[in-house]
Design a protein around this ligand. Structure first.
Ligand SMILES: Nc1ncnc2c1ncn2[C@@H]1O[C@H](COP(=O)(O)OP(=O)(O)OP(=O)(O)O)[C@@H](O)[C@H]1O
Ligand SMILES: [Mg+2]
Length: 450
């Protein structure tokens, strides 16, 4: 790699190379920005150039990830090479001969016919963002890995312990590697630990340049530590490279949240706003705009009074054409509901502490609405902004439990704060926008199906 591709790899990247050289199947789960995709690109070029005939197949959950990440790195590595490798890498293909090529595909490109008859060649399959690739694609991949010299490299974030990637850690014979941000060179060079991030002393320790400025940095981690909270599944997966524990009564697993971020659905009805009004100084007032299954955070504001918040909602109603604002009316939210009602705006006050429709199953309306939101994720009926990390962190941190009477209850905001998590204001706004046919304050359902 050093001599031909002209790269300087750090120790765990070398470990990944050795894993592919020595094992049929290797899985690497790491923090964000550990250099997995970078080294995978080098592996693709090495395998292709060092074997003939050879076939290299790469995939990832989305088109953007195939073309914009791994194949971008492959093109850059090919250009950077100190020795002419031959061929010319295209957006998702590098071809030397008919029996000697590399190709990147996503699920829509997948064609079972194209996956036949590779059995004689040297075959390498690289799966990037491996936690998000479907079981169907893995089955197709297994079908081509039956020859004498076959290698599978899966790299990704530790977001889903249940899929093929996550199960690798419990599958005999798979070489597994886990990399925490605290193992990476921008941390180890200066001895920066999680305690330094927690205490805010990390900045003083950085006495020179970062050895790999493009790899994950202490500044990036410090921000996530504060915003997501060190016990959040997002922090575990994206900073520590650890799979979230199963059975922790997680309301919405991170893997479901990520699937919703990848999904693209048609906006529809209802067209409504969900408004979570800040109750404390550091909490945020959040407006979520929902059009059928498509939910987007429309506005986040801090330190505003109820008059200002009411104005924000009125403007949001006008700009989005939403039919109704569904406003959390507990505490200061009540003032916002009153103001909007006085201004004759379409507003529905939602009281999370009120009785649910299904009193057998749920402790309160908050639990019922959140459970309804969970079911949207479970059935694939929700599309979220792929760039909204904070919303993803909040949604995946929520927990539920059962009361003594066996009803479902959602952990309160105060309890979440005690666990070192951020106030789930964005998640609440999404939940409020998702709540359908909510029961008005004091209202008792007249009909069980109402
Ligand atoms: N050895 C290296 N030398 C120089 N640059 C590197 C090296 N390794 C990685 N990089 C750069 O660091 C950045 C992060 O690397 P990369 O995207 O491979 O990380 P990743 O582990 O795949 O992250 P993610 O979890 O976000 O997918 C990229 O810009 C990449 O080009
Ligand atoms: Mg990557």
């Amino acid at each position: 790699m050093r001599e031909v591709l002209g790269v300087r790899l750090w120790s765990r990247q070398v470990e990944i190379l050795e894993a592919v050289r020595d094992h049929d199947e290797a899985a690497v789960a790491s923090c964000h920005g550990a250099g997995k995709s970078f080294v995978a690109a080098d592996v693709v070029l090495w395998f292709l150039c060092a074997h003939r005939p050879a076939i290299v197949i790469t995939t990832a959950p989305t088109d953007r990830q195939v073309k914009g990440i791994l194949w971008k790195e492959i093109r850059l590595a090919h250009q950077r090479a100190t020795y002419p490798l031959g061929g010319r890498p295209l957006t998702q293909e590098l071809r030397f001969a008919d029996d000697w090529w590399a190709w990147g595909f996503t699920a829509p490109d997948y064609d079972p016919n194209r996956f036949q008859g590779y059995h004689e060649a040297h075959v390498l399959v690289v799966v990037d963002e491996a936690a998000g690739v479907s079981e169907e694609i893995y089955e197709a991949i297994d079908g081509i890995l039956s020859g004498e010299h076959c290698r599978l490299l899966m790299i990704g974030n530790a977001t889903d312990p249940t899929g093929r990637f996550g199960r690798s850690w419990r599958t005999p014979g798979v070489k597994t590697i886990r990399i925490s941000a605290y193992d990476t060179p921008n941390f180890t060079t200066y001895g920066i630990t999680e305690a330094d991030i927690a205490a805010g002393t990390w900045e003083q320790k950085i006495t020179g340049p970062l050895p790999y400025p493009k790899l994950v940095t202490p500044a990036w981690v410090a921000k996530r530590y504060r915003r997501w909270g060190p016990t959040s599944p997002m922090y575990l997966a994206r900073v520590l490279g650890q799979f979230p524990e199963a059975g922790a009564n997680t309301l919405i697993p991170l893997s479901w949240v990520e699937a919703a971020q990848r999904r693209q659905l048609e906006p529809g009805n209802p067209n409504v706003l969900g408004v979570d009004v800040a109750r404390y100084g550091d909490a945020e007032t959040v407006i979520c705009h929902r059009r059928g299954p498509v939910f987007r955070i429309y506005l986040v504001a801090t330190r505003e009074n109820t008059v200002q918040t009411s104005g924000r909602v009125a403007v949001a109603l006008r700009e989005t054409g939403a039919a109704q604002a569904q406003v959390d009316e507990v505490g200061v939210g009540a003032g916002v509901v009153d103001n909007l009602e006085a201004a004759r705006k379409p507003v529905m006050g939602l009281n999370a502490g009120a009785a649910p429709r299904d009193r057998e199953r749920f402790a309160n309306a908050r639990a019922e609405w959140y459970w309804g939101l969970r079911e949207r994720f479970e059935t694939g009926d929700i599309d979220l902004d792929p760039a909204d990390e904070e919303l993803a962190a909040q949604l995946s941190s929520l927990r539920y439990r059962y009361t003594a009477r066996g009803q479902i209850e959602i952990e309160s905001k105060d309890e979440m704060k005690k666990r070192g998590l951020a106030s789930p204001d964005r998640a609440d706004a999404v939940m409020l926008a998702s709540a359908e046919q909510p029961v008005r304050k004091g209202a008792v359902p007249k009909h069980p199906a109402w």
